[in-house]
Design a protein around this ligand. Structure first.
Ligand code: PUT
Length: 331
């Protein structure tokens, strides 16, 4: 691993829920967008599709740099490295209008952890201010936040929830765990030298045991690096991306499975990857069983050797958001 060329594992995460201003979104569907249109869009982002899985409710793409999930009205694009997801926003909105029929947004989220090497990013991703400027030029009236300690361990969010669009009260929740300084033995599993296939890495690490009933589509990069998407019959997803190089190791975990407590999932994830430090974010809307997670996280002042160093709450228009930072050692 030593002397490896720097790679930014920290992802930029875009999630957009589309709607129609007249409330007639019944015949609108993002999955009507042809595959070649998605592929052209991803060229703008500087990544490509390397694997695909789907069921009746969700299309899941493993990308050369992370993942994309498409369901009827929700678009999720998570990309790492020096990709430029915000550059695809205008063409995305046109594509969605032309092929899927939506003409407005119910919710927009753009988030990311602080980059380790922001100087290596391409415009508009060099600073959060620059990202917000672009987002504000496209979506009017969004709000931006920095949770955590600025210039240290922090996490940025831009979000928009227009008040003038029809609202659906379907439950929604997202758990993200963003881990750094990971255990070298665990990281070595995600190399071609230690695992002969993605399946072997998935099983040896215990990723297949993190959440039950996930149909897994995994990929092991050469010489190292790992990505997986999991989808359930009910349309829930999980996704994991691993940058195993010791000098800049990073693992992200994300899922939208509904739970009234995420304590066990978080414990399983951190015991599997053994990070030195990690950020947890939980979004939950009012209809979600996870809406009590804000109170729960307050009580989880430690997970074994990992101590809670920071916790913040945000009451957004449609969601409650909890941010927490844990580490083994004080910074
Ligand atoms: N990444 C933002 C998640 C919002 C709730 N699904």
């Amino acid at each position: 691993f030593s002397g490896a060329e720097y790679f930014e594992g920290v992802e930029k995460l875009l999630e957009i829920w589309f709607t129609h201003t007249d409330g007639k979104a019944k015949n609108c569907d993002l999955r009507s967008i042809p595959r070649n249109k998605w592929e052209s869009l991803l060229q703008i982002v500087h990544c490509e599709v390397i694997s695909f899985s789907s069921n009746e409710l969700v299309d899941a793409y493993v990308l050369s740099e992370s993942s994309m999930f498409i369901s009827k009205n929700r678009f999720i694009l998570k990309t790492c490295g020096t990709t430029t997801p915000l550059q695809c926003l205008e063409p995305l909105i046109m594509l969605v209008n032309q092929h899927a029929g939506f003409n407005s947004y119910e919710d927009v989220f753009y988030s990311r952890k602080n980059f380790k090497r922001p100087d290596l990013q391409k415009s508009p991703h060099r600073t959060f201010d620059e990202e917000v400027e672009l987002l504000n030029a496209i979506f009017k009236d969004g709000s931006s936040y920095c949770l955590g300690e600025e210039d240290s361990e922090c996490w940025y969010l831009y979000t928009l929830h227009p008040n003038n669009v029809p609202q659906l009260a379907q439950p929604d929740q997202t758990l993200e765990i963003l881990m750094s300084d990971l255990d070298p033995k665990v990281m070595s599993l995600f190399t071609k030298a230690s695992s002969s296939s993605a399946l072997e890495a998935t099983k040896k690490s215990g990723i297949d045991k993190l959440i039950p009933n996930m149909r897994i589509d995994d990929f092991l990069f050469d010489p190292c690096g790992y990505s997986m998407n999991g989808i359930t019959k009910s349309g829930y997803y999980m996704t994991i991306h691993i940058t195993p190089e010791l000098e800049f190791s990073y693992v992200s975990f994300e899922t939208n499975i509904p739970q009234s407590s995420y304590k066990d999932v978080i414990s399983r994830v951190i015991e599997t990857f053994k990070p030195g430090k990690f950020v947890v974010t939980i979004f939950a809307n009012k209809a979600s069983p996870a809406s009590a997670s804000t109170h729960e996280m307050q009580k989880l002042s430690r997970f074994g050797p990992w101590m809670q160093r920071d916790i913040q709450f945000c009451r957004l228009n449609n969601y409650d958001l909890t941010y927490t930072f844990y580490s083994k050692f004080p910074s």
